[in-house]
Design a protein around this ligand. Structure first.
Ligand code: NAD
Length: 488
């Protein structure tokens, strides 16, 4: 009989055969230049940096580092394309290009999903079922609006802004690029996009798709690099709008940099979401939602439900069920279709998470991690719960951006509203209850841009997404997302 390889799903007693996604169908170049004016251009800096697979620490490709001269070339290409082609093109024709990009992305969905998983460390299941389909959906959705702006904003005569400088983070690389590029194109703007330095590969694949779509040269330019490249884009005099998604710290730097200029901005920043379980909630469904809310994408989610509030009467049962469920989570090879928790995106992010694990314990919180093994190479963090925490604990106040959940109990509705709102952030929240009236009471009182009811982490291109307080301003998605690229 042929020998069978069995992968043990850590300590659950279940045996799962390995189900790795094939990498045969993907193509990653050894080296990527900058995508400027429809061409692949060598960086004037002459420098390249490596994009690493965080699950293996292996180099995937060398990627160009744009300096201020490269950024200037990209902005000039975008301005030329705006003045000579894109702003003059009938909106219906613009829409056709956006549809074409969406369809090409769909055709290459498998390749994009695998590259997203390799470059970022996220489980292939998520890249395949969430990131890529949603990115395509954003292009399809905004393609439809391109020639209907007068209906979207009746009697207001919307006009495009010009050149948009867009900067994205590493947690949803292609999806964030889609959130930014699709509405900008639909509204008649041209784009210079800078993806995050640790996950540039799917944006570069998108550049190839854009080239293949025949989009006029310079309408979308994709330049790679780290903070300095981003800052050069923010500070460029000929950029009309900055669309930024990333940390609150960098968001503040950007806001300072553009103060006193007439640049428009949308800032989508950090979060510290509260997930609230009432005693009348469907408990098993809620436990699944909490697991999804914090361990989805290794907790590398701005709207991750990183604070859990459990009503006192069901505290013990919820905690027990959570721990049981955590024991069954599969941590490991992101390309395996059984994997629930993949690799932490970078060595630096792992160090940040580990720092918070130490602080949590030092401040007296009780830590729980399931007994699972993690691979020796690569960057990994076991799913983690902290109990015995209070509002003043650092791990309750600060964004960790990892698979770490801080749990508190509450007795009354007023108490949990006060606790949930007691954070500098205001991006998202979740409420689990059987009572519609309670749900509506909380959704109106929680200071968060998105509140999910009896579900978590659900996204749709038609829904606006954005924060309150230090989670930023402006909205992406839906009609609000169009408005952010228009003047009236
Ligand atoms: P980051 O702020 O470190 O980097 C984001 C991007 O900004 C990267 O492309 C980076 O190169 C660039 N950048 C860094 N310094 C810059 C500067 N001085 N000027 C211009 N650009 C600069 O964030 P990150 O670590 O990549 O992403 C994680 C953060 O993003 C978390 O705080 C998370 O909550 C947030 N995020 C928010 C949303 C949202 O929609 N609100 C979505 C995803 C991620």
């Amino acid at each position: 009989m042929a020998k069978k390889t069995i992968q043990i799903n850590f300590d659950t007693g279940w045996d799962l055969a390995p189900a790795p996604e094939s990498t045969d169908h993907i193509k990653i170049n050894e080296q990527y230049n900058l995508f400027i004016g429809g061409k692949w251009v060598k960086p004037k800096s002459g420098k390249y940096f490596a994009s690493i697979n965080p699950a293996t620490e292996e180099k995937l490709a060398m990627v160009a580092e744009a300096n201020d001269k490269d950024i200037d070339s990209a902005v000039k290409a975008a301005r030329k394309a705006y003045d000579t082609v894109w702003s003059k093109m009938p909106a219906k024709e613009r829409g056709k290009y956006i549809y074409r990009i969406a369809r090409l992305m769909q055709e290459k969905a498998r390749e994009l999903a695998v590259i997203e998983s390799l470059d970022g460390g996220k489980p292939i299941r998520e890249a395949r079922d969430i990131d890529i389909p949603l990115a395509c959906a954003h292009f399809f959705y905004y393609a439809g609006w391109a020639d209907k702006l007068d209906y979207a904003f009746p009697n207001r005569k919307p006009k495009s802004l010009g050149v948009a400088g867009q900067i994205t983070p590493w947690n949803f690389p292609l999806l964030m690029a889609a959130w930014k590029i699709a509405p900008a194109l639909a509204t008649g703007n041209t784009v210079v996009l800078k993806p995050a330095e640790t996950t540039p590969l799917t944006a570069l694949k998108l550049a190839e798709i854009i080239q293949e779509s025949g989009l006029p040269d310079g309408v979308v330019n994709i330049v790679t690099g780290a903070a300095e490249s981003g800052a050069a884009l923010v500070n460029h005099k000929d950029v009309d709008k900055i669309a930024f998604t990333g940390s609150t710290g960098v968001g503040k730097i950007i806001q300072n940099a553009i103060a006193g200029t007439d640049k428009k901005a949308t800032l989508e920043l950090g979060g510290k979401a509260a997930n609230i379980i009432f005693e009348d909630a469907p408990i098993d469904q809620a436990v699944e939602g909490i697991i999804n809310g914090i361990f989805f994408n290794q907790g590398h989610v701005c709207c991750a439900g990183s604070r859990l509030f459990i009503q006192e009467s069901v505290y013990d049962v919820v905690l027990r069920k959570l721990k049981d469920r955590m024991q069954a989570l599969v941590v490991g090879n992101p390309l395996d279709k059984n994997t629930d928790i993949g690799a932490i995106n970078s060595k630096e992010q792992l160090a940040t998470i580990n720092k918070y694990l130490k602080i949590g314990t030092k401040e007296g919180a009780e830590i729980y991690q399931p007994e699972c093994s993690i691979p020796k190479k690569g960057y990994w963090c076991k799913p983690t719960l902290f109990t015995n925490v209070s509002q003043s604990n650092t791990i309750v106040q600060e964004e960790i951006f990892g698979p770490v959940l801080a749990i508190q109990s509450f007795r009354t509705v007023d108490e949990v509203i006060e606790k949930a709102n007691n954070t500098p952030y205001g991006l998202s929240a979740g409420v689990w209850t059987d009572k519609g009236s309670k749900m509506f009471n909380l959704t109106s009182q929680l200071k968060a841009g998105i509140v999910w009811g009896n579900t978590y982490n659900k996204f749709d291109p038609t829904s606006p997404f954005g924060g309150f307080k230090e989670s930023g301003f402006g909205r992406e998605g839906g009609l609000h997302g169009l408005k952010a690229y228009l003047k009236f």
